[in-house]
Design a protein around this ligand. Sequence first.
Ligand SMILES: [Zn+2]
Length: 66
Amino acid sequence: MLIGRCAWHPRYRGYPRWNGITSWQGWRVQFTDGICQHCLDRLLREYRERLAVRAAATAGGVRTAA
Ligand SMILES: [Zn+2]
């Protein structure tokens, strides 16, 4: 039995999130880490913010010769 879980949920929400049973095959319980839509949205938002900050820092700091 394979159980999907969100690897980012504990970090973002403070508790784990189970995405359900991925596979019923086998008798042993195993886990597979993935990401749920909520955490994916947040991850992408943070990523874009970080890129914007870096772009702003680069634009204000290093100047390239024209
Ligand atoms: Zn999540």
